[in-house]
Structures are given as C-alpha cells and as structure tokens.
Design a protein around this ligand. Structure first.
Ligand SMILES: Nc1nc2c(ncn2[C@@H]2O[C@H](COP(=O)(O)OP(=O)(O)O)[C@@H](O)[C@H]2O)c(=O)[nH]1
Ligand SMILES: [Mg+2]
Length: 186
C-alpha cells in the first residue's frame, strides 16, 4: 500500500487587494507569472492550489488558499484561519498603505487563528526597487516585533519565492501540531 502524502496542511494568503497574492500563489504552485489574470473578486468561490513538498523526509501536501483582499475580513479567511497551519501575509513594497494595514490584518488573523499558526510576512514586488515605498528594514522590524518570518520576494521574477518559501513550509510543518491533528493519510 502506498501513501501519496503523509500530511495535508492548509495555508491562507492574505493582504490588501493588488499586493500580488494571486500572482504569488501561481508562482508558488505553477512557477508562472501572468500580467493579466482574473482578479479574485468572487468571495463565494473557493480558490486554492496545491503543492507537494518534502519535510522531515515525509511527503506533505500543501493546500494554499487565495483570498480576495477587498474587505479585510471575509468568509474564506474566517473559515480557514482556525484550521490553517500558516498564513502568508503579503504587502506591496511600492505601496505604503498596504504596509500600514498590516497591523489590522494581523489582528484579524490572530483573533480567529490557532496559536500555533506560523505567519510569514512577504514584502512583494521587490523587482521594483525604483518604486520602493517601504524599506527592507521597516519590513524586518515589523516582522520581528510581531513574531513573523520575513522575506521580500517577487511574484514576477520568482525571486525568493521557491527557496525561502520551502524553508518556511518546513519550519511551519515542524512547528505545527496540526501536522498531527489534521493529518490525512491516503
Ligand atoms: N512588478 C510586479 N508586479 C506584480 C508582482 N506581483 C503581482 N504583480 C502585479 O500586481 C497586480 C496585482 O496582482 P494580484 O496577484 O492580482 O494581486 P491580489 O489582488 O493581491 O491577488 C497585477 O497587475 C500583477 O501583475 C510582482 O512581484 N512584481
Ligand atoms: Mg487576487
């Protein structure tokens, strides 16, 4: 009898509209970037992609849920926060307001999430240094103050997407008691 994966872990991607959540998801799971794609506007539709990784020498299936960012707190976020092993909280380094909203996002997540959730802060669009409105140091400081893992990445060039994220998945899987509680052997 063969097992296709040892665990199934759910993640959510959150952050303001337009920061690149859907593009990051596509880059993470399909290694692609599309300039034109459907905006994630339909709150009721479930949008997720899956990715296989190996952590602790075990095959792990990740289910990564995209969310529309128009309203800070929407049904998908609420429904998935309590079972999610982790969240990618994304802002756009070229738009200051998306960074300023991070505290409010965190408050929402922490209200509904389980305590063991690992959150990674992603400063996206680092391929646009000439348009930068938030410094690396500011992102790093915010992450440190709130106990988040931090990375600047680009969904466009794929910079830091695969390498850093895979480190994050591994840390998150190891830290998560959800890997036991929500394991699905198939
Ligand atoms: N230059 C650049 N543009 C990006 C990047 N990620 C996303 N975009 C663009 O930003 C816009 C919003 O991206 P999208 O993924 O729809 O944002 P979402 O609303 O957070 O899901 C789109 O026009 C993307 O092409 C990136 O890393 N670099
Ligand atoms: Mg989207």
């Amino acid at each position: 009898m063969s097992y296709s994966y040892a665990y199934l872990l759910k993640y959510i991607i959150i952050g303001d509209s337009g920061v690149g959540k859907s593009c990051l998801l596509l880059q993470l799971t399909d290694k692609q970037f599309q300039t034109v794609h459907e905006p994630t506007i339909d709150v009721e539709s479930d949008v997720f992609a899956t990715k296989m990784i190996t952590a602790d020498s075990k095959p792990i299936k990740l289910e990564i849920w995209d969310t529309p960012g128009k309203e800070r707190f929407i049904s998908i976020t609420r429904a998935y926060c309590d079972v999610a092993a982790g969240a990618l909280l994304v802002y756009d380094i070229t738009r200051r307001e998306t960074f300023d909203h991070l505290a409010a996002w965190l408050e929402d997540v922490r209200r509904f999430a389980n305590e063991d959730m690992t959150i990674m802060l992603v400063g996206n669009k680092c391929d646009l240094p000439h348009k930068r409105a938030v410094s690396y140091a500011e992102g790093e400081k915010f992450a440190k103050e709130h106990g988040l893992i931090f990375v600047e990445a680009s969904a466009k060039t794929a910079q830091n997407v695969e390498e850093v994220m895979s480190d994050y998945w591994c840390i998150s899987v190891q830290l998560s008691p959800l890997s036991r509680r929500f394991s699905h052997a198939v």
